[in-house]
Design a protein around this ligand. Structure first.
Ligand SMILES: Cc1cc2nc3c(=O)[nH]c(=O)nc-3n(C[C@H](O)[C@H](O)[C@H](O)COP(=O)(O)OP(=O)(O)OC[C@H]3O[C@@H](n4cnc5c(N)ncnc54)[C@H](O)[C@@H]3O)c2cc1C
Length: 371
């Protein structure tokens, strides 16, 4: 089969790129070794967070947040997105000083989406929080959505514009012949003018075939969810000095995580929950909400994510081959960025440029640093 663009990876990045490229009139085939959304994009916590981003990501995350506010216009679904804000809690003066430093940095960079709040406002926003916290850092426009709904909405909209998603199509080999890419999967051969690597935790294997080595590390991140509870909290909560991400969803369940690592057998794509770590994580929740002591955890799961050494992605054209591009390595926070990544990659592919500063995300940054 032949197409203008062949995208490897049917996660959110592949789907967002397929949508934006299809909107610009290009034919896209998305090759997915399992099924769309099978990995990080279907398993994530759904956090829509501008708060505490790496400074390099701020221009992208701010624009992505605008797109999320109007997501229905893009994908014909609201992706169940809600925007009650996200707060990093301060438990003492040291935490407050740390958060103030962060707020000052964001302001110096010319942005105003992160603000300090004092104890009174914190308890107005989260009256059920245990007494003793002293304030926090808030992004009032943040929130959460539903990952799998989102993936499905992006895929369906892209399909309605002509994109084809092909499941059970593991890319085995890639070759450039003249102007065309020849891509062999374990089923069929595909050809296309442009190759786009959105292969998540496997993207370094694709990059390797383009003679580009990247120090990507696959890691399994885990989450747990409680039974349904009466509504008790609106904003998504994290903490200044603890690993925590905590949100009550529309149906009353509470999703709990925060960069908790599961055991991973990457070759078998097998993950196993690390229960002692989850117990510690549950204790952190009880530190802030002791009233949840008798609540049942109904499920825990893990998803395989691409982690980069500097925790920011690769968003770049290939430095070794013409007409090849990369968007991977989202290091546990790609859900929020997904709408803008499609726009950026479509701009690079169709116009050869983008309005966003991509220098920090170049694929050869690790080689340069080691040279
Ligand atoms: C537990 C967890 C919680 C998270 N929470 C959040 C959050 O709250 N907020 C947030 O912003 N982000 C979060 N993330 C991160 C976010 O989910 C990811 O950054 C994002 O989904 C990455 O999307 P992707 O398309 O790059 O990767 P993926 O979704 O992994 O998609 C890549 C796809 O490529 C396919 N593929 C790989 N190799 C090949 C090949 N050779 N041939 C064909 N197909 C191939 C894979 O099968 C996979 O489906 C979380 C991640 C996890 C795991």
């Amino acid at each position: 089969m032949n197409s203008d663009v062949i995208i490897i990876g049917g996660g959110l990045m592949g789907a967002s790129c397929a949508l934006q490229l299809s909107m610009r009139g290009l034919q896209c085939i998305v090759l997915e070794k399992d099924s769309p959304g099978r990995h990080a994009s279907g398993a994530n916590a759904g956090g829509l967070r501008q708060l505490n981003r790496d400074p390099a990501e701020i221009p992208l995350t701010v624009e992505a947040a605008k797109m999320w506010r109007n997501i229905e216009a893009l994908v014909d679904s609201d992706c169940d997105a809600r925007f009650p804000g996200q707060i990093r809690l301060a438990e003492n003066k040291q935490d407050l000083a740390k958060l103030q430093q962060r707020a000052d940095l964001v302001t110096q960079l010319g942005y105003h989406h992160e603000e300090m709040i004092g104890e009174d406002e914190l308890y107005q926003l989260v009256p059920t929080l245990t007494p003793g916290c002293v304030g926090g850092l808030i992004c009032r426009q943040d929130g959460y959505g539903r990952p799998y709904h989102t993936l499905t909405a992006f895929r369906r909209k892209a399909e309605s514009l002509g994109a084809q998603f092909i499941s059970d199509a593991k890319v085995q080999s890639i070759q450039q012949q003249g102007e065309s890419w020849q891509i062999n999967t374990d089923q069929e051969r595909y050809s296309g003018g442009v190759l786009l690597n959105c292969a998540g935790a496997w993207a370094n294997q694709i990059a390797e075939q383009l003679d580009e080595t990247v120090p990507l590390e696959p890691r399994a991140l885990m989450l747990m969810v409680t039974e349904r509870l009466p509504h008790f909290v609106d904003p998504v909560l994290g903490a200044a000095s603890r690993k925590l991400s905590f949100k009550q969803m529309q149906n009353g369940t509470v999703i709990i995580g925060g960069a908790q690592i599961a055991k991973l057998d990457f070759a078998r794509e097998h993950t196993e929950i690390d229960w002692p770590t989850m117990v510690e994580c549950a204790k952190t929740v009880l530190r802030f909400f002791p009233q949840l002591g008798d609540v049942r955890i109904v499920r825990a799961w893990a998803g395989i994510e691409a982690i980069m050494p500097d925790n920011i992605p690769v968003i770049d054209a290939s430095q070794t081959f013409a007409n090849a591009y990369h968007a991977f390595g989202f290091s546990a926070h790609g859900y929020q960025l997904s709408p803008i990544i499609g726009r950026i990659m479509a701009g690079l592919i169709t116009d050869g440029k983008t309005d966003f500063p991509l220098h920090p995300f170049r694929i050869n940054r690790f080689q340069t640093e080691n040279a």
